[in-house]
Each structure stands twice: as C-alpha cells, then as structure tokens.
Write a protein that binds this ligand. Structure first.
Ligand SMILES: O=C(O)CCC(=O)C(=O)O
Ligand SMILES: [Fe+2]
Length: 324
C-alpha cells in the first residue's frame, strides 16, 4: 500500500483520514464507486503485474451468456422480461488458487487495513474476507474482443485493483450506474431495462418486453421528476432514454476502486489491441464464510470448489480475533 501518498492509512481515526473517508463515502453513495489512485505503486505493483502476466495465458476463459442478475432464468416470469434477458460475456479469470502461495496481491487482500478502509466506506462496522477458494481474490484477464456485459455482482462488496490497461484508450472501460437497489431481492426492473435499452441495445435480441419495461420506467421517471425537483446531476436521467447515468471509472495501474457491485449495474466494454486488460478483484462480505455459488464458480473459473480459502501463517488467528 502506498503510505507515502496515503499517510493517513496508518491511523484511520486521524482528522486527515476522517476527511478522506467522508469524501469517499459520498462518492460511493452518490455515484456507486470511490477510487484511490496509486493505492499500490512501485515494486509491489510491478510484482502483482508480473504474477498476473505469468498466469494470464492459462486462465480459464468464459464465453457465456448471463442475465444482469447473474441468476438462472426465472421460469416463472415472462421469458421476455429483462429479468431473463441474457447477454454475452467473454473474460478469463485467474483464480486465487492459481496465484503464487505468498503473492503480494494476496497479502494486500488479507491486509486488515484494506478491510477497515472498505468497511468505513461501505458503512459497515466489520466486513470479512470471502471464504471462496477461487473467487476471493482473482484477476480478470480481458484479451482483445473480450467484454463483460451489464450485471450486479453476487459478492456484496467489490473492490478492484487495476493492474494493466488495454492497449487502445477508450476500450475495456469499467462503467457503472449509481446504486439502483438496496438488496438483491429488489430487481429494479425498470432502471435495469432503461439502462440496458439506452447503453447496450446491441445485447438485446428480443426487444419487445424490454421496450415495454423501459417505457413504463419512462412514465415512472416522469412522475418521479414531477414530485422531486431537487435532484443533483447524477440523479438526472438521460434525456433521450430516462436511463440512470452511466459513469466511467478513471482507472490507471495501481488504482483501487471500491464499488457497490451488488447494487450498481456495471460492465466492462470491449477491449481492443494486443495488450490484455488485467484487473484484480477482491471480494468482501458482511458475514464470515461467504462463498460464491457453484454456478458462478463454474462460469468464471470453469470448476467449482467448496474448499475454504487457504490461510497463510498467522492469518487464521488474525481472522478469529477479528470475529470476536
Ligand atoms: O474487470 C473489472 O473491472 C470488474 C469486472 C466485474 O464487474 C466483475 O468481475 O464482476
Ligand atoms: Fe462485476
């Protein structure tokens, strides 16, 4: 971690830390993400990039379709509903158990300070490392042509660390809406339909129901706007589609991003050029023992495992202490 750029990290109760955290909290709540440029730098960043490059060619590649909710098709709902709209994603991912046993990336993920910082920004007293032996801390590899369609994450809190940008600027962008819902039970159908309709219409093969949902959302938005004139800029709907605004993350190698992955709809646009886009994904949960479903494990790592994340020396004790 870059203690030169972020000296307040060593004391999160200092006035500097409180001010920086407050700013990040606001950004997280209003836009759906907070970023810390150069959070990792120098040799530590170089080592993470080297580990990622060493494994990228053998990482499992998914070329599959999924809904925005990353859930199986709901047979009880209209097949044309946006709930059942399947979009294509192509991405490779280096699983946690494919990283070297004592990787720097793993030690950043397990560092108690990172958890403390993320918990303050997402507004929780304590958050826990994921217990998923594949997806707790993985690296996304986006080769030329790869992209990740709009979705909400299964994991509650997502944190990413940019390692390597794609070669062609303006490609492989991480784009996200403000939080659209409070819990995974809320499908936020109208906002999701509007966003997909406005920004990813090429993904829509069967449009009729989506258009219907989007247009009913339009009516809803009009009446919301009539009742509420004090929206700030981010809340203003796109005038042509009434879709939630789409933000693009300002992402450079070493940038840490904390985003509301389970509440903000997000995607990665298609990558162009020879260099892969490499992004580490750290996942956290509000309860200990989180594991991804086997459907998600199979989709992104090509296998499923209920093994718990291996602990390094001292880690087991540190986590037990955290839970007390
Ligand atoms: O590669 C990224 O920036 C994040 C992609 C993503 O949304 C995910 O892996 O769930
Ligand atoms: Fe995601």
């Amino acid at each position: 971690m870059n203690f030169e750029k972020y000296p307040w990290l060593v004391d999160l109760s200092s006035p500097e830390a409180v001010a920086a955290i407050e700013k990040a909290q606001q950004s997280f709540q209003q836009t759906g993400a907070a970023i810390f440029p150069n959070f990792l730098s120098g040799l530590a960043l170089q080592e993470c990039i080297q580990d990622a490059r060493a494994q990228e060619s053998t990482a499992f590649t998914t070329d599959d379709v999924h809904t925005a909710y990353l859930r199986p098709i709901n047979e009880n709902t209209d097949p044309l509903s946006v709930e059942n709209l399947e979009m294509r994603t192509q991405v490779a991912s280096i699983a946690y158990d494919e990283l070297p046993p004592n990787s720097i990336l793993g030690s950043v993920y397990e560092h108690p300070l990172l958890r403390k910082l993320v918990s303050k920004i997402v507004g929780k007293d304590t958050i826990y490392l994921s217990d998923d032996s594949l997806g707790c801390c993985s690296i996304n590899v986006f080769r030329a042509g790869y992209h990740h369609s709009f979705h909400f994450d299964e994991s509650e809190f997502s944190t990413t660390l940019m390692l390597q940008e794609s070669e062609i600027p303006g490609t492989g962008l991480f784009q996200y809406t403000k939080p659209l819902r409070d819990s995974p039970d809320d499908l936020a159908l109208t906002s999701v339909a509007n966003a997909i309709h406005a920004y990813a219409n090429d993904a829509v093969t069967t449009k009729s129901r989506l258009l219907l949902e989007a247009s009913s959302a339009k009516e809803q938005t009009i009446s919301d706007n009539n009742n509420n004139n004090d929206d700030d800029d981010d809340d203003k709907s796109n005038s042509s589609s009434f879709a939630p605004s789409l933000h693009t993350l300002d992402f450079a190698p070493g940038t840490l991003s904390i985003f509301a992955g389970s509440k903000s709809l997000h995607r990665v646009t298609r990558v162009k050029g020879k260099r892969s886009r490499l992004v580490a994904v750290f996942t956290f949960a509000s309860q200990p023992g989180f594991q991804n479903t086997s459907t998600i494990q199979n989709m992104f790592w090509g296998r499923s495992s209920s093994r718990t994340r291996p602990r390094r020396g001292g880690q087991k004790e540190a986590e037990e202490k955290q839970q007390k």
